[in-house]
Design a protein around this ligand. Structure first.
Ligand SMILES: CC(=O)N[C@H]1[C@@H](OP(=O)(O)OP(=O)(O)OC[C@H]2O[C@@H](n3ccc(=O)[nH]c3=O)[C@H](O)[C@@H]2O)O[C@H](CO)[C@@H](O)[C@@H]1O
Ligand SMILES: C=C(OP(=O)(O)O)C(=O)O
Length: 309
């Protein structure tokens, strides 16, 4: 019997785990009392899983469960995020037999054992995207190394719509922003290769100071606009209605004390602080630490006046 801790993560919606559980049950696990207690007496057996939604975590969880299961598992309507492909490559480097990651159908043939391996994970596309947004909101010029362009394509495309120049040379990306970004018609988050929900808050900061009005639609998580109220405290003009945000661009933001209520909201507020007049204090830095190793140091290297207190 294995006990799994209650799932955590940022509070950006209810974040149910029904798809994880349904997938594991298709491989022979039995659900006992509670939501996170599953048992399996004689090991998992490969099976067919259809995900009602291409959940990243459920795809990863089922893939990993299937690696040492007996027989073959197929995951239909799997998530296609680059991290899923990375996980496949990692498992295969350990001796697993996974194919199809990056497409909607993943096939895992169970093996009896895995071996240790040294493996380098892919560069963090959301960290890269955040620094791209920093160039956009400040009208700055940022050179990013070790970026997989295909992974940030949707972000680059949207930043180009705001007037940014994004130039690529191999794994290097140069992003230069306009003095004032342009509004976009519509920014809509979607599973990969759509625009990532983990960049929605940062782009909203950029659109806050854009010339014109933008519409942002959050399709992935049902409660991921907590940054909007904080941005409004800095002088932004955002109205929320369910999953839609109407962002009327303002010509200036003013620094004040604001509170990060989740990871990307924190990044978004730091970006807004770069543009705002006066001093901005962002509370709730522990959220930001979940997703950025060197945010303060990197931004300072780029010329920002920022410090951690
Ligand atoms: C640690 C990690 O990698 N986190 C990422 C992962 O989160 P995570 O894996 O939690 O995100 P999911 O793709 O599972 O969630 C997407 C949607 O599916 C719903 N859902 C999910 C599972 C489930 O069993 N039932 C269900 O209804 C969620 O409520 C949400 O509305 O992908 C998200 C979407 O790209 C990112 O924002 C997160 O940064
Ligand atoms: C929502 C995020 O992460 P988690 O799934 O860990 O909460 C994120 O990285 O923006």
């Amino acid at each position: 019997m294995h006990f799994v801790a209650q799932p955590g993560g940022c509070e950006i919606g209810l974040r149910p785990i029904d798809l994880h559980i349904k997938g594991l049950m298709a491989l022979g696990a039995k659900l006992d009392e509670g939501m996170a207690e599953l048992t399996c007496e004689h090991g998992l057996i490969g099976g067919e899983v259809h995900l009602d939604y291409p959940s990243v975590g459920a795809t990863e969880n089922i893939m990993m469960a299937a690696v040492l299961a007996k027989g073959t598992t197929t995951i239909h309507n799997a998530a296609r995020e680059p991290e899923i492909v990375d996980l496949m490559n990692f498992i295969n480097a350990m001796g697993g037999r996974v194919r199809g990651a990056g497409s909607s159908n993943i096939v895992v043939e169970g093996v009896s054992r895995l071996q240790g391996v040294e493996y380098q994970v892919i560069p963090d596309r959301i960290v890269a995207g955040t620094y791209m947004a920093a160039a956009a909101i400040t009208g700055g010029d940022v050179l990013l190394e070790n970026v997989v362009y295909e992974h940030v394509f949707a972000i680059a495309a949207k930043l180009r719509d705001t007037g940014c120049r994004v130039e690529r040379a191999g794994r290097t990306l140069r992003v230069s922003g306009l003095a004032r970004p342009r509004a976009v018609n519509r920014l809509e988050t979607l599973p990969y290769p759509g625009f990532p929900t983990d960049m929605q808050a940062q782009l909203m900061s950029v659109l806050c100071v854009a010339d014109g009005t933008s519409i942002v639609v959050e399709n992935v998580f049902e409660n991921r606009f907590k940054h909007a109220a904080e941005l409004n405290r800095m002088g932004a003009d955002i109205t929320i209605k369910d999953r839609l945000a109407l962002v009327r661009g303002v010509s200036r933001l003013s620094g004040t004390t604001v509170c990060a209520r989740d990871l990307r909201a924190g990044a978004a507020l730091v970006l807004a602080g770069l543009r705002a007049e006066g001093e901005t204090t962002v509370e709730g830095v522990h959220y930001i630490d979940r997703g950025y190793e060197r945010l303060v140091e990197d931004l300072r290297t780029l010329g920002a006046d920022i410090r951690r207190i």
